[in-house]
Design a protein around this ligand. Structure first.
Ligand code: XMP
Length: 322
């Protein structure tokens, strides 16, 4: 396995990088077809732009609706890319993902279920039907580092774990961003013409809201954490944090509602200051902000009786809870 050389954001020549990577993709794919999955995150969005620059309509871009994305996310992303002249097809795979995650409590097994469903079941099918031999994806250096270090299995890392995607899934993977960290990808995304809502978009993990449900994942729990996420993002978006999130805990706690005991849900809020996600500290939110957030979550998210704010840094915490 070759060692990857990091390309630092501050010295990166984005136009050169885009030209080089587009040429590499074009040379690798030849006159064939490639496919990629767009999640709307800055990594997959940058890859989509590089791929379309290299291959035009020979890159088929899909948004996989896995049922664990945020509110209205699939349509919003498809519309943004439509405005850029890039056609994106939504694939409804909700049932497959929920079936694969059913009853799984362990964080790494949960991640593995999302990975296998994504790459084998859903993508495997798409590759077959599209005739593509290549999958373009937005793996970045931090994904590789953390996976290889055994901290957290990022869902998109294979080669560095000794997995041959050709053998495992039947197609090759091209990773044009693998020498960059998040700050470098944002520069490339801006230079590639993506709007600020994308190039400055908060990171969101591959296992999506499943990474924010502790314990087994069900459509009902996802609906709760989706609503809490929407409230949290809308109230904290203007704080300039690297990332903010709501997590649904597995344990219930005693609360009271309308004079009655209510053994209710706990939501944990995390809001992070970070440059590249390798280290992070909790954002110092004011008491007023925390109070308003708690009140809105309790009002808008059914069944919640406890809202907490995480004050531990990474390390030893990680940013996501799962
Ligand atoms: P952790 O939780 O490892 O998160 O401290 C660091 C950053 O990576 C994001 N993250 C992921 N991104 N696939 C991704 O593409 C994943 O499986 C994944 N897990 C975590 C996380 O949101 C944070 O920005």
């Amino acid at each position: 396995m070759a060692t990857l050389t990091e390309l630092k954001a501050d010295t990166l020549n984005t136009q050169e990088f885009i030209k080089e990577k587009a040429a590499e993709i074009a040379a690798t794919v030849g006159d064939g077809v490639a496919i990629n999955a767009l999640s709307g995150g800055v990594d997959s969005s940058a890859v989509t732009m590089l791929g379309h620059k290299a291959l035009g309509s020979r890159l088929k871009t899909y948004f996989i609706d896995n049922g664990i994305m945020r509110e209205n996310e699939p349509q919003q992303i498809v519309d943004i890319f439509k405005n850029l002249g890039v056609k994106v097809e939504i694939i409804d795979a909700k049932d497959k993902f929920f079936a694969a995650m059913k009853g799984i409590e362990d964080p790494e097994q949960k991640r593995e279920a999302v990975t296998q469903t994504f790459y084998k079941d859903v993508f495997g099918e798409l590759v077959k039907s599209s005739g593509a031999k290549y999958l373009l994806q937005g793996t970045i250096l931090t994904d590789v580092d953390e996976t290889v270090a055994g901290i957290k299995r990022q869902h998109n890392v294979f080669e560095q774990l000794g997995i041959d995607p050709q053998e495992a899934f039947g197609y090759k993977i091209i990773e044009p961003l693998v020498q960059l960290r998040k700050d470098g990808v944002r520069k490339v995304a801006a230079a590639a013409g993506l709007p600020e809502s994308i190039f400055n978009r908060m990171p969101f993990p591959g296992p999506a809201l499943a990474a924010r449900v502790i314990g087994d994942v069900t459509p009902e729990k996802i609906a709760i954490v989706r609503k809490a996420t929407s409230v949290t993002e809308s109230m904290l978006a203007s704080r300039g944090a690297f990332q903010c999130m709501a997590i649904l805990h597995k344990d219930r706690v005693t609360g009271m509602r309308d004079g009655q005991r209510d053994f209710g849900l706990q939501i944990e809020i995390r809001c992070w200051d970070s440059v590249d996600a390798r280290r992070a500290t909790p954002t110092q939110l004011s008491w007023d902000v925390l109070n308003d957030l708690s009140a809105r979550i309790i009002k808008d998210v059914p069944g919640v009786v406890s809202v907490t704010y995480n004050i531990a840094s990474k390390p030893p915490s990680t940013m996501e809870a799962v």
